[in-house]
Design a protein around this ligand. Structure first.
Ligand SMILES: CC(C)(COP(=O)(O)OP(=O)(O)OC[C@H]1O[C@@H](n2cnc3c(N)ncnc32)[C@H](O)[C@@H]1OP(=O)(O)O)[C@@H](O)C(=O)NCCC(=O)NCCS
Length: 229
């Protein structure tokens, strides 16, 4: 399938950012810097298509049209901060056999023995220090860091300025709000944040967080009507 957007044919190598929200629009300049001579576009599920056919000068098309393009050299990076939605879209992209690309800012710093899976977004001024393993579709927003000996699962979101100290395990689909600090764990007893949990903006997490739990404050405790009093 040949696609014209807007008023011209797409180049053969196509990098697509899935999403058009604030974060997706922040990530596009990083992609353009990384791939200046390639076709960098936005895609969304067809039910979210807008009347415009471009955003900030980059073409916008539906995911459904994107998968019909015959180019073999196309890939997707999902820039949706919501961890559950990102996980769902990621499954769809994998089912359609489309490669998920990493977008990594030139101003980020990666030190020794850091392994990064696919579809990861590392924003400006992020630091990943040493001996770290990062799962698929991790988002590290501006000014966040991951320190030594951490294990990050799939579809984890770090909002801006999240500080994840050493010997921490973050399980799949965890969302960590702006400015949260995760205290360091111990080598033989890492601090664990359970899958599907939410760490509120500005929290200081000093101990393990159970799965599917929202915590807030300093020291972080479970967010409930009574704990807010
Ligand atoms: C914790 C969070 C997920 C809760 O969201 P929510 O379910 O929509 O809840 P609300 O914002 O309505 O807040 C519920 C109560 O918790 C309090 N609260 C919310 N976030 C809080 C926080 N980080 N610290 C302390 N209290 C907080 C609110 O003041 C409110 O209290 P009230 O009922 O006495 O008025 C959300 O507040 C949060 O921290 N999100 C992360 C934001 C972020 O970092 N975004 C990144 C953008 S890139």
């Amino acid at each position: 399938m040949e696609i014209k957007v807007p008023g011209r044919l797409l180049m053969s190598k196509i990098n697509a950012i899935y999403g058009t929200g604030g974060f997706a629009r922040e990530v596009m300049p990083i992609l353009k810097e990384q791939c200046p001579n390639e076709e960098n576009i936005f895609i969304v599920h067809k039910k979210y298509m807008q009347t415009e056919n471009s955003i900030n000068g980059c073409p916008l098309m539906s995911y459904e049209d994107f998968i019909k393009i015959s180019s073999r050299d196309k890939n997707v990076t999902i820039a949706i901060s919501d961890t559950a939605i990102r996980a769902k879209v990621s499954d769809q992209v994998d089912n359609d056999h489309i490669k998920q690309k990493n977008i990594i800012s030139k101003t980020s710093i990666t030190m020794d023995n850091v392994s990064i899976s696919d579809g990861v977004i590392i924003c400006p001024f992020v630091t990943l220090t040493s001996n770290i393993k990062i799962g698929k579709n991790f988002h590290a927003n501006i000014y966040s860091y991951v320190a030594h000996d951490c294990l990050i699962g799939e579809n984890v979101t770090f909002a801006p300025s999240v500080k994840c100290n050493g010997n921490v395990i973050i399980e799949d689909n965890v969302f960590i709000g702006t400015g949260a600090i995760i205290k360091q764990g111990k080598k033989d007893n890492p601090l664990v944040i359970g899958a599907n949990s939410i760490i509120s903006a500005g929290s200081f997490v000093t101990k393990n967080v159970s799965k599917s739990t929202t915590v807030f404050g300093n020291p972080a405790k479970i967010l409930s009507k009574s704990s807010l009093k």
